[in-house]
Design a protein around this ligand. Structure first.
Ligand code: NIG
Ligand code: FE
Length: 420
């Protein structure tokens, strides 16, 4: 038989969780669907998935050479590489002092108003060298990769001045070149008001829109722009100005919306057709309705609600309304020092009532879609990039079920084994 597929890597499964069997966004009741098969083989060739299916069928189609690597994954689960679509990965310093305060009941926004919180990470990030930021970022990406995360969105926003915002994004660019996790850079100068612009919000908005964003664009350092739309931080009107300017410059838009209060950030996301609206703990009925009429991906970050001891986003209501959902960690030094996406899935099941099936779609296809990568990442289908994880359990449900345990045994990025 001619034209056999030359196999670079063969994974002999195992239970294969291929995806939802449909293109993202996966909405409402469809999030319950997962294409799961037993004893399947996956063949990777030149960074892509070349075949998935029953072993007899695959055996006939492929050519095994002396360079073919074979992984025996019988009794294990194979999933697409997990995608963390919301993190603040690059920052200087840490805030374990606030961890004590919050454990005693202090409120996150009160700590922020008293000059701690984000402002404290801004001071440490300004002091850090580029090398410091690359080194700590490298370690955190290693944690994530070892847990099966192969794509990570990374926001700036701990500089709030030109040099430090660029330094954070430069660190992301360097990390992108030197390690396997695919990074999606987001500029988030609108994360807090810097002390230098106290009493001059107009001045800071002007600086972001007319100085920093054009520079970030010119140097091609970010794909998206994000805003912390929140009481006492950026108002809906200020967020609209920043995101509209961003879209005009050719950036995609994302928004931290309805995290601590119901401001209308969800409605703004729908109005601007942002790529995502994130947090949504306090989303209103109207916000849900407006998102439903849009193409915005709602991204829920339950490990933040867990850390801040707040009420969770109304995930069930959102799904019942027919919305799609993605899940992400929100990994950052304050409101969520949890970098474990599988833990986020466990919390989503236990505290937001999602099923394991829904959580898998939320951290694969829908997360990929929110990052503009739905056609290339997020499922194990022929032609897609060969990003996958082999977990040492025999049923995918056990991944969120064994809370906080790292079950990833092998991680494959673009067809290469990078862990295991
Ligand atoms: O998504 N809400 C704003 N930003 C982060 C927190 C950042 C921090 O506390 O350093 C968040 O929760
Ligand atoms: Fe965040």
């Amino acid at each position: 038989m001619r034209n056999k597929i030359k196999a670079d890597l063969i994974i002999k499964g195992g239970q294969v969780v291929a995806g939802a069997g449909q293109a993202p966004p996966i909405r409402g009741g469809d999030m319950q669907k997962l294409a799961v098969s037993e004893q399947s083989w996956i063949v990777c060739t030149a960074e892509k998935i070349a075949a998935v299916g029953e072993k007899e069928e695959i055996r006939e189609k492929i050519k095994i050479t002396g360079r073919t690597r074979i992984i025996d994954a019988q009794g294990m689960v194979i999933t697409p590489g997990l995608i963390d679509a919301h993190t603040h990965l690059v920052f200087g310093g840490t805030r374990e002092d606030e961890f004590y305060l919050r454990a005693q009941g202090a409120d996150y926004m009160e700590i922020m108003a008293a000059g701690g919180g984000i402002a404290s990470s801004v001071r440490a990030t300004r002091q850090a060298t580029l090398e410091d930021l690359v080194a700590s970022g490298r370690q955190r990406l290693r944690w994530m990769l070892e847990m099966g995360v192969t794509t990570v969105e990374c926001k700036s926003g701990y500089g709030l001045d030109l040099a430090t915002e660029l330094k954070q994004l430069e660190a992301v660019k360097i990390l992108q070149k030197e390690q396997p996790v695919e990074l999606v850079p987001t500029f988030m100068g609108a994360h807090a008001w810097p002390a230098e612009y106290k009493g001059n919000q107009e001045g800071y908005l002007d600086f972001l829109i007319n100085t920093v964003m054009p520079e970030v664009k010119e140097r091609n350092l970010a794909e998206y722009v994000d805003v912390f739309c929140e009481t006492g931080v950026f108002s809906v009107e200020q967020s609209r100005r920043i995101l509209t300017a961003a879209q005009k410059m050719g950036f995609g838009a994302r928004i931290h919306a309805e995290e601590m209060s119901t401001l209308g950030g969800a409605e703004l996301a729908a109005e601007l057709e942002t790529a995502s609206a994130d947090h949504l703990l306090m989303i209103s009925k109207r916000g849900i309705e407006r998102l439903k009429e849009s193409s915005v991906m709602p991204i829920l970050l339950p490990a933040t609600a867990f850390t801040l001891r707040r009420d969770y986003a109304p995930a069930r209501k959102m799904l019942d309304a027919g919305l799609p959902l993605a899940l992400a960690t929100d990994f950052n030094p304050g409101s969520c020092p949890a970098a474990n996406l599988a833990l986020t899935m466990s919390i989503a099941c236990l505290y937001m009532g999602l099923t394991p099936e829904e959580t898998f779609n939320a951290v694969t296809l829908n997360a990929a879609y929110s990052l503009g990568r739905g056609a290339r990442l997020g499922s194990l289908e022929v032609g897609k990039q060969a990003d996958l994880v082999i977990f040492e359990v025999d049923q995918y449900q056990k991944i969120p079920y064994f809370i906080g345990v790292n079950l990833a045994k092998f991680v494959i990025k673009k067809g290469s084994v990078v862990v295991g």
